[in-house]
Design a protein. Structure first.
Length: 443
């Protein structure tokens, strides 16, 4: 078993991890009033889902998170953000798996896995909660609340959040500060996504008084630690010790759509994403039609690619707005932009950018591509400094099904890398594809 050793952190807590409309910490002399109705309590329990097998969870590059390949020495073609997300979700899965174990014998009360315990950060020993009413504070357990759970995830994976958290008093800036001083993750950022963005694995899902980390298993699910700091009786406190409280997983859609819980953890959450420092400028096309070279002709109007046949491209969110026979949307978060290409000239550069690089250094080039019309499937090729890297690869056979390509390139004596993408299929009918989220960085 991993060693869950953390120091108890005293200080201001941003996320109270329970129903408390004011967002303030409950006073210690508060009457025994449960903040949830019976209907809300049942709905929250119903949204809880079984902990999946580790093999069922993937990072945002679709890699199984349990591989734990050292991204430098092990040769994994990945990014620092994907590597960290894989480790975070693997740890979360491990912590949630303890719900199958009863903590007993050491002391009372017995409880399942890591229980809900307001204000506690140390998972290595039993502690009395630091907040809540007397009913909640009377029982020492192995457990934590939602912010404590997130702090533990990062700490157990080498991101020293706790020192920044004490100094700053809020969790999200503390994570960013911890990245900035980390020897391994200094290139990472924590970025808020636009409202309504598509959730991807590893995103932090944040309500006004709660936080969790997302993973994908058929739907978006969230690891978190929730509970009730003001239980009205022994039965209510016992729920804090059960399988649907403390560190476990729940279905995001069930939680935000149930009429009993939508005002508790409703749809008005924010998404914070761990992102990489990218040597490519405008790799997600969020800046529009700039910072890259192409031999294709640009257009920016409704259905404008229809007459351009096999030599046009556009930058938009939805491919169907640029060609009536295209189908596909942005990969980044569903709300962004991507490059929409009407392919068919194998000698024409689809996308090109030249980057400064260090000598004798391994770099990973990763990007996402999809098919917009299946009449003829595009075949893409990648060249760096005029040399083809690997073999050409076919675009997916289904519409709007994003896949990623990955290559590793050693710079040798080169100080620059001219990266080019070509479509080697000359077919004029079909042969249409999208490109998004291009990344180039040190291995």
């Amino acid at each position: 078993m991993r060693q869950y050793i953390l120091i108890l952190i005293f200080g201001l807590v941003l996320f109270s991890c329970h129903k408390n409309d004011s967002g303030s910490t409950p006073p210690t002399n508060e009457p025994l009033v449960d903040g949830l109705t019976d209907e809300q309590d049942s709905a929250i329990a119903a949204s809880s889902v079984p902990n999946p097998a580790l093999s069922e969870i993937k990072d945002f590059l679709d890699d199984p998170v349990g591989r734990h390949i050292n991204r430098v020495e092990g040769g994994a073609i990945t990014t620092p953000a994907a590597y960290l997300v894989g480790k975070l979700l693997s740890t979360a899965n491990d912590l949630a798996e303890r719900k199958k174990t009863v903590f007993h014998n050491e002391a009372t009360p017995e409880h399942y896995g890591f229980a809900y315990s307001y204000g506690i950060r140390d998972l290595n020993a039993r502690h009395f909660p630091t907040g809540g009413n007397s009913k909640h504070k009377s029982q020492a357990v192995f457990g934590t609340d939602c912010s404590g759970f997130i702090i533990n995830l990062f700490e157990l994976n080498g991101v020293n959040v706790k020192s920044s958290f004490v100094q700053d008093g809020t969790l999200l800036p503390a994570i960013q500060q911890a990245f900035s001083v980390s020897s391994e993750y200094s290139s990472l950022k924590l970025e808020e996504q636009p409202s309504g963005a598509t959730v991807r694995a590893g995103d932090l899902i944040v309500w006004s008084n709660h936080i969790g980390i997302a993973f994908i298993k058929n739907e978006v699910q969230v690891y978190n630690s929730n509970g009730q700091p003001n239980p009205k009786d022994d039965a209510a406190q016992a729920k804090n010790l059960g399988v649907t409280r403390g560190i476990h997983a729940f279905s995001l859609s069930t939680m935000i759509q149930d009429p009993q819980t939508k005002n508790y953890w409703g749809p008005n959450y924010k998404i914070y994403r761990i992102t990489d420092q990218n040597l490519i400028t405008n790799g997600d096309f969020s800046l529009g039609n700039k910072d890259f070279i192409t031999n294709y002709s640009f257009c920016d109007a409704a259905n404008c690619l229809y007459p351009l046949a096999n030599n046009g491209y556009s930058i938009a969110n939805d491919a169907s707005t640029r060609h009536k026979l295209f189908s596909g949307i942005d990969h980044t978060n569903g709300k962004g932009l991507f490059m929409i290409v009407n392919g068919g000239i194998s000698s024409a550069v689809v996308w090109e950018q030249t980057l400064n690089v260090s000598k004798n250094t391994d770099y990973n080039f990763i990007g996402w591509y999809c098919t917009l019309n299946t009449t003829s499937i595009p075949t893409l090729a990648i060249l760096i400094n005029g040399i083809q890297i690997g073999s050409p690869f076919a675009s997916p056979s289904t519409l709007n099904s994003w896949k990623n390509f990955r290559i590793t390139w050693n710079s040798a004596s080169n100080k620059t890398a001219k990266i080019q993408i070509f479509d080697t299929n000359n077919a004029a009918s079909g042969n249409d594809f999208g490109i998004d989220d291009l990344y180039f960085g040190k291995k």
